[in-house]
Design a protein around this ligand. Sequence first.
Ligand code: UT7
Length: 385
Amino acid sequence: MARYAHIIGWGMAVPERVLTNQELEGMVDTSDEWITTRTGIRTRHIAGERESTASLATEAARRALRMTALSAIELDLIIVATASPEHLFPATACLVQDAIGAARAGAFDLSAACTGFIYALNMAAQAIRSGSIQHALVIGAETLSRLVDWKDRNTCVLFGDGAGAVVLSASDVPGGVLSCVMRSDGSGANLLYVAAGGSRYPASPETVEKGMHTIRMNGREVFRFATRVMASSTREAVSLAGLQLEDIEVIIPHQANRRIIESAARGLKLPLDRFLINIDRYGNTSSASIPIALCEGLADGRINPGDHVVMVAFGGGLTWGALTMEWVGVEMPVTPRARWRRRFLRRLARLRSFLVRILRKLEGLLWGARSHPRSSAKDRRRRHE
Ligand code: UT7
């Protein structure tokens, strides 16, 4: 029997703190008028001290799971698409896995900048459709405010923080993820990047002094590239799904600049009201922008069963891609028993994680010393001489 991959749960999380254009006027040489007319952004959410990519991702994941009858233990795979991971490693996905108690899931991060969510959704959908897994959690999560140079007006007015998550499940109901195109062009790697902190330029006083740990961007070039690929990849994904552009009810574009979205609409000869746009309130949240817009589109009734939906994005790498879905509205009724079971298993997973940490510490104390041969008094004397 054919298997299809459907979104059965979704959730988003944004920090409470809202940064307005007016506040930015006091930080760099800019104006509300410039930001609004050139980008469409009015406000963005900025992570507080206690928030991070993992905490936002975890909150969005919990909300997505709560919409389903699933417990985290039933997840087979967690992918976090992010350009601002919690650490270089371990993967942010592993931190989410532990926090939600998904004890049987594989977990990894996917780095494709703003296109990350589309890549991740496609990877998870392919794993489901091939029959190798049943349920996946796909998250786009960012705290780009931590990578922004707050003195650079070219970038600091653009980005915001947030996370969006979906639960993707196998079903024999036709629909769900229909097609995807994923593209890249590393010759444009120097158009949008954070230079240091990796193996090429490890952190040093010099990299910090030169501001190499913050986002650098050639905005004009990225803009030109974006307007080119948004329309072409949408066309390609729609055609791969065996559909026509007229069949598409909703387009969820990456929210980088309202003018880029308007240009894509013109290129595709589609009315702008077919595009979900929320950049005014969130700014550019990179890999989180599409799942956040998806959550809002579903909450507002903009996406309904039977709709054909295209998600389309571009970003650093350079990367770009588009994914076509048929929104069937496959539901997994949440019974009180399922809710109780989920709560119970979550507590159990938390206890398990706590006990495993204690056990690891105890093992370290008991066996750790013995794994290194004890030095004799003679050796110690020799070392001191
Ligand atoms: O998710 C992918 C990540 N990035 C993007 O998608 C960004 C894509 N690019 C863009 O959205 C646009 O290129 C920007 C919004 C970044 C810039 O808009 P633009 O219309 O391309 O402006 P520009 O770079 O051509 O700059 C025009 C002027 C410049 O002044 P001069 O050289 O003409 O005197 C800039 O210095 O606007 C100036 N400018 C600003 N002025 C006030 C740049 N940033 C600001 C600012 N406030 N924040």
